[in-house]
Ligand binder design. Structure first.
Ligand SMILES: Nc1ncnc2c1ncn2[C@@H]1O[C@H](COP(=O)(O)OP(=O)(O)OP(=O)(O)O)[C@@H](O)[C@H]1O
Ligand SMILES: [Mg+2]
Length: 527
């Protein structure tokens, strides 16, 4: 386990793996990074699968900041989460899928009507009290299944107190299974009869009719909620879970992302001792002693004279260019110098200059970004909703059908930001987004960004030169150059900056350029 990434303590969770003729369980809290794949003579993943349709490096499960995520590593057959195919075109921008207790993952074609014999079910449990997946080992020759109070096996997620189905095994036939769940060849299975009718009980998405003989790893749907039959055991959820293809998936992620406890804990902690880059045959030190902290829900101005190191610092904080950095940069507890892959999808950057396609319309540009980069389980409806929300938040609705080339400079800047916003990044880094805007447009842009930071708990960094609107910002980071090296002269609220310099921000620039070393040392002495 020494090669595992360690990102805080892994959270209690369990994966139940249902493969052909085999049921196994993994307690995920033993590590926070697990590779999942087909075991071969030369390949030993942490969670080994036997199925030939699983890839050697099929996917990874990672725990970050108290949540478990799954990332498909580019497997040929893909992975389905609650019936929706996860993006398996593994690339830089791949987005891990947040897992919730009760999630049902599958390695197969995802078509329940035509299940593959070799398919694998992965049941994810994260119950803190009660487990999310419960199981009932079928010992009895007959079992009635229904809602609470109906007798027999009572399923907590069924709404009505009535029997839904009956399972029975002909007593003349023997059902043989060994203690570890391995089915003996030729073991007989249970038959299922629908009691409730109206298509409310299905097996592999087909109506049950007069009865169905269950096969290992069949999925029984009762009012749309799945039960998996494997190793003569029924696996079922302790409460209703996310259902295939449902809007609930996005809603649940949003709900959890917005949980207050999580909001308050999101921090960026920067402690750069130095950043040196090779220049010719020597090295040049670009930054030294930059130690600061920013919390979510803040609009942050990054200030300093030209060449002071603003872009350099921003590209360290967003993880885009960290070569030669000594120190640590932790986003939500994860050091992005070491584990950038784990956090990059939560951070968006808009570099200096235009990066968008001028021939597209504003709406098309955002739709394109949503389609290309949002997680694969995002429905078309959710994509459209994101685009509509982004247009509204950035006040671009009136120009949504204009070609970008015909938009004003301010609108073009907002489209640039929109591309990142549509992807719902938690941290946004904008390098001089106000360049070329008139004062009124600048103010409007900063007001929009402030609303976004505050209402959506985002951390937004903006490199600016003009400090006329500084009161709209929650924090200022002020850099200066001492003997050619970028240094931190101040980090804190604009009010504290004024107290620190004993003057307004505009005048502070002048003071700083005359005595840079004095202010760097004064600030370092205070923090
Ligand atoms: N990779 C590099 N190699 C050598 N020098 C570099 C490198 N990157 C940046 N610099 C130098 O570091 C200093 C800071 O550059 P940076 O782009 O961060 O400045 P800035 O504060 O963003 O300036 P501006 O306001 O002009 O955009 C500059 O002198 C720049 O030439
Ligand atoms: Mg710059």
């Amino acid at each position: 386990m020494d090669t595992k990434l360690y990102i805080g303590s892994p959270v209690k969770a369990r994966l139940t793996i249902l493969e052909q003729g085999r049921v196994s369980e993994v307690s995920l809290e033993e590590a926070n990074h697990w590779t999942l794949g087909r075991k071969t003579e030369t390949n030993s993943p942490d969670i080994p699968l036997a199925s030939p349709i699983a890839g050697r490096e099929h996917g990874v499960l990672v725990c970050m900041s108290g949540n478990w995520y799954y990332l498909d590593k580019g497997s040929a057959n893909g992975t389905y989460l609650n019936g929706v195919r996860i993006d398996n075109h593994y690339k830089e921008t791949s987005q891990p899928q947040r897992l919730c207790g009760g999630d049902l993952m599958e390695i197969d074609g995802g078509d329940l009507l035509q299940p593959d014999e070799r398919r694998v079910w992965l049941l994810f449990s994260q119950g803190t009290g009660q487990e999310d997946w419960l199981s009932h080992r079928l010992e009895e020759p007959e079992l009635q299944v229904g809602g609470a109070g109906a007798g027999g096996l009572e399923l907590p997620f069924l709404q009505e107190e009535i029997p839904y189905a009956r399972l029975f095994c002909d007593e003349d036939r023997t059902c043989v299974a060994s203690a570890d769940g391995e089915l003996a060849a030729g073991a007989l299975e249970y038959e299922l009869q629908d009691i409730v009718g109206n298509g409310r009980v299905q097996v592999n998405c087909r109506d049950v009719g007069n009865g169905v003989l269950l096969k290992d790893r069949d999925v029984i749907l009762m009012d749309g909620q799945p039960l998996v039959y494997a190793g003569r055991t029924l696996y079922y959820r302790s409460q209703p879970g996310r259902v295939p293809g449902s809007q609930q998936v996005g809603d649940e992620i949003k709900r959890q992302a917005g949980e207050k406890g999580q909001r308050e804990s999101l921090l960026l902690q920067v402690d750069i001792h130095t950043r040196k880059v090779p220049v010719g045959s020597g090295v040049r030190e670009l930054l030294r002693g930059v130690k600061l902290q920013v919390s979510a829900g803040s609009l942050v101005a990054v200030l300093g004279t030209s060449g002071a190191g603003k872009t350099t610092l921003m590209n360290c904080m967003n993880g885009m260019d960290t070569k030669g950095v000594e120190g640590s940069i932790c986003f939500d507890g994860i050091d992005l110098l070491k584990n950038y892959e784990q956090v990059k999808y939560r951070i968006g950057s808009v570099p200096q200059g235009n990066v968008i396609n001028p021939v597209l319309t504003v709406r098309k540009e955002l739709e394109f970004a949503a389609k290309k980069y949002l997680p694969a389980d995002t429905t078309k409806q959710e994509q459209e909703q994101r685009v509509a929300d982004t247009l509204r938040k950035l006040r671009l609705e009136a120009v949504q059908d204009n070609r970008i080339s015909k938009c004003s400079g301010g609108e073009q800047k907002r489209v640039n930001i929109g591309v990142e916003l549509v992807l719902d990044r938690q941290m946004l880094c904008l390098d001089e987004p106000d360049a070329g805007l008139d004062p009124q447009m600048k103010t409007e842009l900063f007001e929009i960004l402030r609303e976004l930071a505050h209402n959506e708990n985002k951390m937004i960094f903006v490199i600016i030169h003009d400090v006329s609107d500084i009161s709209l910002f929650d924090q200022v980071i002020l850099l200066t150059k001492v003997e050619g090296v970028g240094r931190l002269a101040f980090s804190g609220s604009p009010e504290h900056a004024e107290a620190f310099f004993g003057t307004g921000m505009k005048e502070a620039y002048g003071l700083l350029s005359s005595r840079p070393e004095y202010y760097v040392e004064k600030f370092a002495g205070m923090s």
